[in-house]
Design a protein around this ligand. Structure first.
Ligand code: DP6
Length: 326
């Protein structure tokens, strides 16, 4: 009745911002992401008939009431699905600060899903694991399959799931993640997404997504790095344009975020092929091919105010490991 899983966070190249159905977390559009090797969650889950309630421990920090509720809700859904009555003990730890735009809910709910069902000895296909994780947090479904992952929008809970388009070994891409601020973000993504339709630009963004998705897929087929980079930068800016014009507006960037965005353009014009993407937080994900990581790191060393730099490569999806957290 005890199992442990590791799940990577992921960075979306084509992003998920807005839901068609919030109860089932059906997204407005399909999205595509890369699993990250160094920013991951490890979670141990143990169910026992002797436990009187669910107990959730976050190593090295604390969960808010809302976060704890999301975990116990997920455990409740797991019990329902497996017809179990036992409560659970959950211990979870991240390799990165949560709430800073590194998708902690993605790796967190992917690890919880995989560890939880394994602890219950309940075997689910990868597709069904991604569907369960999606119900807990949309982006979590993309942290279960290997490498570069497509979350098909679908039109029902059964058809909205994630699958690997390319294994993590397919392309030597790196995400050099620049942490510019390690504090909690103020507006959680679930809340922010509820107001997407108040932006005058959300429809335009939706119209562009299929074309961008195609470009990203072509870039992958051809390993065309500049096509990939141009498309993901455009996509990132279009999501932030929607965020910033929602009512009330959401500003996730700070001064250092903007400075880095400009520097990346400059470095590119000087011959370093690097592009940025940013999620719901101020940190900047610099996407480069592995052969250019060292030069990018040198450039980043000249920028003051950076909290930390984490060099990620593409990673496998969530999986069970034999060592438990207790
Ligand atoms: C900006 O998956 O955190 O990172 O489904 O409400 O839990 P919920 O939202 P969440 O949203 C992630 C938004 C994003 C873009 C992305 O990862 O695609």
């Amino acid at each position: 009745m005890k199992a442990t899983a590791v799940a990577p966070s992921n960075i979306a190249f084509i992003k998920y911002w807005g839901k068609e159905n919030s109860d089932f977390r059906l997204p407005l559009n399909s999205s595509f992401s890369m699993n990250l090797s160094e920013t991951y969650t490890t979670t141990t889950v143990e169910f026992s008939p002797s436990y009187k309630n669910d107990d959730v421990v976050f190593v090295g920090g604390e969960f808010s009431v809302r976060e704890t509720e999301r975990v116990t809700d997920a455990l409740g859904k797991m019990r329902e699905k497996t017809r179990t009555h036992s409560y659970a003990r959950v211990k979870t730890k991240n390799t990165f600060p949560k709430g800073t735009g590194i998708a902690a809910s993605a790796s967190g709910f992917a690890a919880l899903t995989v560890a939880g069902f394994a602890a219950l000895g309940f075997s689910l296909s990868e597709k069904d694991l991604t569907i369960f994780a999606r119900l807990c947090s949309g982006s979590a479904c993309r942290s279960i399959p290997d490498g570069f992952v497509l979350w098909e929008k679908g039109d029902s809970s059964e058809t909205s799931y994630a699958r690997s388009l390319y294994p993590h070994t397919y392309w030597d891409l790196s995400d050099v993640l620049v942490i510019v601020d390690a504090k909690m973000k103020k507006v959680p993504t679930t809340e922010g997404q509820m107001r997407v339709q108040t932006s005058p630009f959300w429809k335009q963004r939706m119209q562009k997504i299929p074309e961008r998705m195609k470009k990203v897929q072509t870039a992958f087929e051809e390993k065309n790095f500049s096509l990939l980079g141009e498309t993901i930068e455009e996509e990132c800016l279009s999501m932030h344009e929607v965020m910033q014009t929602q009512v009330p507006p959401l500003f996730y960037w700070n001064d250092l975020t903007r400075k880095l965005m400009k520097l990346i353009q400059t470095w590119r014009s000087e011959g370093l092929p690097v592009y940025f993407t940013i999620d719901a937080g101020p940190n900047v994900h610099c996407i480069v091919e592995k052969k250019h990581v060292a030069l990018l790191q040198e450039k980043l060393q000249t920028v003051s105010g950076i909290h930390a730099v984490i060099v990620n490569s593409a990673a496998p999806g969530a999986h069970v490991i034999p060592q438990h957290l207790w």
